[in-house]
Every structure is written in structure tokens, then in C-alpha cells.
Design a binder for this molecule. Structure first.
Ligand code: ZN
Length: 219
């Protein structure tokens, strides 16, 4: 993989930022692609751009706002919907954007193909599975086959975080020398607050618990 280019689907959050630096370590060149999908907190995009610049990678932003226009009731894109603070028993939390990863990765593949790139990196994880079906390994493997068939190509979808939890994701960012950058300069919070965030939304809780666990394990 050393001489090849990778495209990272890059939101500017903890997971995709860790993936961005993982890709920098494993590939000769890295390109980052950020999507604007109608999220309430477009501030994410500014952070993504700033991190990409700091990382010295090419950065592109693609508007795919039609995704949020297709469905209603998602608290990440609809200002009238209060956010689920915990995962409901039988269904996806209302922070789920239906089709998001399907669209993102399909568009990323077209974007990559156009530039002769076959490696695509995404920060999805099945371990800290929030109830999002499109973060599961089976979905990624299935989509990889579909993309290859759809475009008669040989894409390789990489998911470095698939089987690790949040504490291990922090450990990986530390190993890559970017723990402080990830901690202070990314936006994971569902309320759009950078760094340690609002502290109480599901994304902040997961992120904080992982960080505490990792820092404790280091002592
Ligand atoms: Zn938060």
C-alpha cells in the first residue's frame, strides 16, 4: 500500500481524524473528502478543513444535502427533533441518518475512481455500535463487492476502527502521535461543540468514557 493513494471519508470527528493519520502512515498520499449532508452543525466542516490542512493532505468538500431532505425525524439534521440521549430498545436512535454511509461511500468511490484511487478509508466501528446498521462489518463488505461490480473496479474499503473500542481508538491516536490534536481539534459532539464537547450527548459520553479508560490504562 506504500506507493498508493488513499481517500479518507473525513468528518473532522475523532474517528475519521484518527483514520486520516492512520492512512498517512500507511499510504504514500492521502486525500480527504468531507460531506455536507444537511447536518445542523456545519462547524464540523471548518474543523475538518483545518485538520486536513494541518495534516498536509488534499481536502475536498462535497455537498450531499439531498440525503437529509429524503427523510425526516433525524435529530442531527432536523432542528425540530430533540436528540435521543440514549439508544432506544428496539430501533435505531434518532441520530441515525438513513442511507448516510451508503451514500457517502458510494459517492466517495465515484470520486476516488475519477482520480485513479482504489483505497477508501472510513472510520466506522462495530464495537461501539450505536445501533447504526451501516457501521457494521457485513454492510461494509457487502458494499465493497457492490461498488466493485457497479463500476467494474477493484476498490478496497479499509475500516481500521471496525473491531476496536473508543479506548483503543484513543490508544491508536496516541500511537500515531496525534492524541492531543484529536482531543482538542475535532468535533464529535452531536451539539457541535469542539474538543471535549457538551459532555452529555451520546457521542460525548462514548468519547469521554473511552478517553478516561485509555488514560487510566496508561498509568
Ligand atoms: Zn456532546
Amino acid at each position: 500500500m506504500d506507493k498508493e493513494t488513499a481517500l479518507v471519508v473525513f468528518s473532522g470527528g475523532q474517528d475519521s481524524t484518527t483514520c486520516l493519520f492512520w492512512a498517512k502512515k500507511h499510504f504514500a498520499k492521502v486525500v480527504a473528502l468531507t460531506f455536507v449532508y444537511g447536518q445542523k452543525h456545519v462547524v464540523e466542516v471548518d474543523y475538518a478543513r483545518a485538520i486536513a490542512e494541518k495534516a498536509g493532505v488534499e481536502w475536498y468538500c462535497q455537498d450531499v444535502s439531498f440525503i437529509s431532505a429524503l427523510s425526516s425525524g433525524c435529530s442531527l439534521t432536523d432542528t425540530n427533533v430533540p436528540m435521543d440521549e440514549s439508544k432506544p430498545q428496539e430501533s435505531c436512535p434518532n441520530t441515525f441518518v438513513p442511507g448516510r454511509n451508503l451514500f457517502f461511500l458510494s459517492i466517495a468511490a465515484v470520486f476516488a475512481r475519477e482520480r485513479g484511487i482504489r483505497h477508501i478509508v472510513t472510520g466506522v466501528s462495530e464495537t461501539d455500535y450505536s445501533g447504526y446498521p451501516d457501521c457494521r462489518d457485513a454492510f461494509i463488505k457487502s458494499l465493497n463487492v457492490t461498488l466493485n461490480l457497479a463500476m467494474e473496479d477493484q476498490f478496497i474499503l479499509h475500516t481500521p476502527l471496525m473491531w476496536i473500542d473508543k479506548a483503543q481508538t484513543w490508544a491508536l491516536s496516541d500511537e500515531l502521535g496525534v492524541l492531543d490534536l484529536v482531543r482538542n481539534e475535532t468535533v464529535t459532539c452531536y451539539n457541535g461543540i469542539p474538543g471535549d464537547g457538551c459532555g452529555h450527548c451520546p457521542a460525548c459520553t462514548l468519547r469521554r468514557e473511552g478517553l478516561e479508560e485509555y488514560l487510566k490504562s496508561k498509568k
